[in-house]
Design a protein around this ligand. Structure first.
Ligand SMILES: NC(=O)c1ccc[n+]([C@@H]2O[C@H](COP(=O)([O-])OP(=O)(O)OC[C@H]3O[C@@H](n4cnc5c(N)ncnc54)[C@H](OP(=O)(O)O)[C@@H]3O)[C@@H](O)[C@H]2O)c1
Length: 254
């Protein structure tokens, strides 16, 4: 039977306290990985998640960092290295939320915040963690992008500009580190059903779903499944890819 087996691997998931991050934590841990649960402010949620992972038999720590600041990311890498050893898998998932509006109304600061959380997070995470992957001769860098970067919808230009910049960083990184056995890929979710929707009863968004070829929203678990696949040896010959997980709403390729 084909199986996703991450036994012996250590994974760092940024923004693990968020809607999609928490499910990626559970999923990668369920595949056997030890986990560093990263958070910015939500320490309690991070600790609860870590307890779940430990209860499932995996090693797990929580780490606080601002992923837009070099010293903070480096400190996080040092803590993970000391407590769990070198990370084999990083999932760059954290995002600074912002107000969606037209370019004419968007606060210039929103472009800066998206640049920091999308572009700089990926640069700083690579600088901190990829050297250890090079030493070990194996690594997985996974960026969580968005269908918006492929669709360029109205009112999302700050987000799109940050995520398109992130795409440029990660596709370049894939070429620069492939020779060391490191793959670099991205997942591009659509507007995804997560705990927030389950709590608010907003799983169904009929207008959006009507525009999706599969006629439904994807789930947090469906995003985490692709991250787990990309983290595994099953995806050993995929690098530099961005995989839309959005029911066909957006596609890539020729
Ligand atoms: N949800 C969707 O439908 C959807 C769709 C397409 C793409 N995505 C992408 O999926 C990823 C996760 O989205 P989400 O909806 O799960 O986000 P979310 O629920 O808003 O979670 C954001 C996470 O990022 C952390 N964070 C925010 N600013 C940070 C900073 N400066 N430094 C470090 N961490 C910071 C937060 O930490 P604390 O809570 O600890 O403060 C939180 O864990 C994002 O990259 C997003 O673009 C999501």
């Amino acid at each position: 039977m084909l199986k996703i087996d991450l036994t012996g691997k250590t994974a760092v998931i940024t923004g693990a306290t968020g809607q999609l991050g928490r499910v990626m934590v559970r999923t990668l841990a369920g595949c056997g990985a030890d986990i560093a649960v990263h958070y910015l402010k939500n320490k309690d949620a991070a600790e609860r998640l870590a307890q779940e992972v430990r209860a499932a038999g995996r090693r797990c720590i929580t780490v606080q960092a601002d992923v837009t600041h070099p010293d903070s990311v480096k400190q996080m890498q040092n803590s993970i290295n000391q407590e769990l050893g070198p990370a084999h898998i990083i999932v760059n998932n954290a995002i600074i939320q912002y107000n969606c509006t037209t370019i004419l109304n968007q606060d210039p600061g929103d472009y800066e915040s998206q640049f920091r959380s999308c572009v700089m997070q990926n640069v700083l995470m690579a600088k901190a963690f990829v050297p250890g992957m090079i030493d070990g001769g194996w690594g997985r860098v996974i960026g969580i992008n968005t269908e918006c970067a492929l669709l360029c919808p109205t009112n999302q230009s700050a987000y799109v500009s940050g995520k398109r910049g992130m795409d440029g960083v990660l596709r370049t990184l894939a070429k620069e580190v492939g020779e060391y056995g490191i793959t670099v890929n991205q997942v591009a979710p659509g507007w995804t059903v997560s705990d927030r929707d389950r709590e608010n009863g907003t799983e169904s968004r009929p207008e959006y779903e009507a525009s999706i070829p599969l006629r439904r929203r994807g789930t947090d678990q469906e995003i985490a499944n692709v991250a787990a696949f990309l983290a595994s040896d099953l995806a050993s010959y995929i690098t530099g890819a961005i995989i839309p997980v959005c029911g066909g709403h957006a596609s890539t390729g020729i």
